[in-house]
Design a protein around this ligand. Structure first.
Ligand code: ADP
Ligand code: MG
Length: 272
């Protein structure tokens, strides 16, 4: 039975999509079968695999709202990676669900009802989420086993991180007692500043006090990495090893390190 991990934070631009697609690349390279579900209408998952979201006739929207089988919308993008893409239809998702109580009496269970069978077909299902608190993320948290929280400590305060965690804890109590916070990934950190050291200490202290895991792997802010994504039409972690290890792509290695840390929790110490 595959595990479901959502990548969530209520802020935009903190590397949710980048982390989701690069982790998919790492998992696929390790031999796991991965499904990436995109529930953000910006469709960054498809874009990072070089696909134009406007070409999808069926998407996650039809699967959740019109009971179209997920298999009809799923697209293979790599030997071990399938995506369940979004498109702009998703903009009206919340509106539709909230507006039709008869058709959708349990608005947070659309994902559980329509995607649960996919757990049997994949080792991991990763979900890229929108930066909002609404019906869609309610569905995501109800369906997921784990949440990975990318957090950009130089852009947002600790208070914003606490809010995200509070919301997840509340939802867990109401809808999904099994939901676990896998950990917080510090992103877009500028390693050369004094602020960097302060932030590392502050987040470590928070982890110590709350028991919430903060991954040791930190994703620094780099220009090369952000440029590389759209250009190569695959997440950086899927580039050939030689290219990946060249200076400008060395940051993709960090997603491998992140996986080794995550694997201890998800797989025991045995990394495939
Ligand atoms: P989110 O999904 O949280 O909105 P994204 O993953 O889309 O955030 O990332 C926001 C932007 O940052 C994207 O344009 C992405 O290409 C770019 N980016 C990714 N990794 C890095 C990095 N290490 N340093 C700087 N920019 C990055
Ligand atoms: Mg995104």
């Amino acid at each position: 039975m595959g595990k479901v991990i959502c990548i969530n934070n209520n802020k935009g631009g903190v590397l949710k999509s980048t982390t989701t697609t690069n982790l998919a690349g790492v998992l696929a390279t390790q031999g796991y079968k991965v499904l990436v579900v995109d529930v953000d209408y910006q469709s960054n998952v498809a874009l990072s695999f070089g696909l134009n979201p406007d070409m999808f006739r069926t998407s996650i929207y039809d699967v959740l709202l019109n009971k179209i089988p997920a298999e009809e919308a799923i697209i293979k993008v790599h030997k071990n990676i399938d995506i369940l893409p979004s498109n702009r239809d998703l903009i009206s998702f919340e509106f539709r669900v909230i507006g039709d109580n008869k058709k959708y009496p349990e608005p947070f269970y659309l994902m559980v009802d329509n995607l649960s069978h996919l757990r049997e077909q994949y080792d991991y299902i990763l979900i890229d989420t929108p930066p909002s608190l609404g019906v869609m993320n309610g569905n995501v948290f109800t369906f997921s086993d784990h949440v990975l929280i990318p957090f950009a400590p130089e852009l947002f305060s600790m208070r914003s991180l606490k809010e995200v965690i509070y919301t997840i804890t509340e939802l867990k109590e109401l809808h999904n007692p099994e939901l676990e916070i896998l950990g917080v990934l510090r992103t877009l950190v500028n390693g050369v500043t004094n602020l960097h050291q302060d932030i590392i200490q502050e987040t470590n202290k928070y982890s110590y006090e709350t028991g919430i895991k903060i991954f040791e792997t930190v994703i620094p802010v780099t220009i090369q990495f952000s440029n590389s994504i759209s250009y190569h039409k695959v997440p950086a972690t899927l580039l050939p090893e030689k290219k990946r290890k060249s200076a400008s792509f060395d940051k993709s290695e960090l997603y491998y390190e992140l996986w080794y840390e995550m694997a201890e929790q998800l797989e025991g110490s045995a990394v495939k």
